[in-house]
Design a binder for this molecule. Structure first.
Ligand code: F0G
Length: 378
């Protein structure tokens, strides 16, 4: 059998990995790319409602919730943590809305080093908090938002021998760009449109970097692209469509937002660190960054669960919510090949999903087949 050996081994020739680097991996990556005929039908119908032909699309979801800690953060963390270990630093720190901290905590275990996580108090989904606790991280809750946490973490890591593993650590984006590689490898070329949620704006920047590298072009990064001598593997670049939550949409309003608010706590961010890279991804790709309501996010989460068979977290569903909204606005071209990233696993935040459902308590029956049959209406 061909064992998957983790991102750094699989894409070694395109990553800044040295022979002497002690590779820290939980065998992340290789996540499912699932085509969805029912989303294709929804997009065609929404387009028709706008008087536009949106038929013949191919729509895929890239389920990053299948990574070891349940989000795309693991791609960046294997690369960043490998470099921390190579440098001999004994501790890492991150600010997080939950997923980065879960991933950092797990990879710190794999690297056998310490991990501090700085979180906005009361705004982390319980599953993510449980992950950081179980992996033995030191948790600090700040009476403030993610942007406050990131500021504190930057200051902390500048003044103490602690390595920063937020996405402003350039190795994070290097690891995360591999998701674009996997998509191109699976489809045989780049898609026409790539849709994903935007919070701190690292991931959209990383995908754009990855797509460009497979196309044979360099995108600005503080790290030398190691693979530009390799022959291009794709014939085109996708348009990048970034989706924010309406209450936390700095790219849409055009400036940082002071008090970001959204049910999708993962993207409750007002002052994105990778602003310039993300704006370049949007503009150079002929793409866009738009916003959707919390209600549209929760509806999309339910649609993806009930019609694709993937349970993603609210922030992830923003991608599909945005695609459906843009289809309703007549923006999806007929025949386009489209990939939506589902960034994290729905199991991380079951409370929010269930809350929106209202009363979901199943009927309690007598321990008899007949009672089950009756309750099921068979
Ligand atoms: N989706 C999920 C599930 C996330 O956790 C995040 C970011 C994003 C999307 C947005 O990605 O920040 O690269 O634009 N979560 C970070 C965290 C902020 O701390 O876990 P981005």
């Amino acid at each position: 059998a061909n064992m998957w050996s983790g991102l750094l081994e699989e894409y070694r020739n395109r990553l800044p990995v040295e022979v002497s680097d002690p590779i820290v991996t939980l065998y992340e990556g290789n996540t499912p790319l699932v085509r969805s005929p029912r989303l294709e039908t929804r997009v065609a119908e929404a387009s028709a409602g706008a008087g536009v032909d949106g038929s013949g699309t191919e729509i895929y979801v890239k389920f990053e919730g299948a990574n070891p800690t349940g989000s795309f953060k693991d791609r960046g963390m294997t690369m960043a943590m490998t470099k921390v270990k190579a440098a001999g630093t004994q501790m890492v720190a991150c600010a997080s809305t939950g997923n980065t901290s879960a991933s950092a905590a797990a990879y710190a275990v794999a690297a056998a080093i310490g991990c501090a996580v700085i979180l906005p108090a009361g705004k982390i989904a319980l599953g993510k908090l449980a992950q950081a606790v179980m992996h033995g991280a030191q948790l600090v809750a700040v009476d403030g938002n993610f942007d406050d946490c990131l500021r504190i973490t930057r200051e902390l890591t500048e003044q103490y021998p602690v390595a920063l593993v937020n996405s402003i650590n350039p190795y994070r984006l290097q690891g995360q760009k591999t998701a674009a590689f996997e998509i191109c490898d699976a489809l045989g070329d780049a898609p026409d449109i790539h849709v994903l949620p935007v919070g701190n704006a690292g991931n959209i920047s990383a995908y754009w970097m990855g797509y460009n590298e497979y196309f044979g072009r360099k995108v600005t990064s503080s790290i030398e692209d190691s693979a530009l001598h390799l022959k291009p593997l794709t014939t085109k670049l996708p348009r990048m469509w970034g989706i924010q939550a309406e209450g936390a949409a700095p790219f849409v309003v055009g400036h940082p937002v002071d008090n970001p608010e959204t049910i999708a706590t993962a993207i409750r961010i007002g002052n994105p660190a990778s602003w310039a890279y993300a704006a370049a991804a949007r503009d150079d790709s002929g793409g866009l960054i738009t916003a959707v309501s919390d209600q549209a996010i929760m509806e999309a989460q339910a649609i993806i669960a009930a019609e694709v068979g993937v349970f993603c977290e609210p922030a992830s569903a923003a991608s599909v919510a945005g695609l459906l909204a843009l289809a309703s606005a007549g923006q999806v071209p007929a025949g386009a090949r489209i990939v939506c990233t589902l960034t994290g696993n729905g199991l991380k935040d079951t409370a929010t999903a269930m809350e929106v459902r209202g009363d979901v308590t199943p009927p309690v029956i007598a321990p008899e087949l007949s009672a089950a049959v009756q309750a099921l209406g068979l």
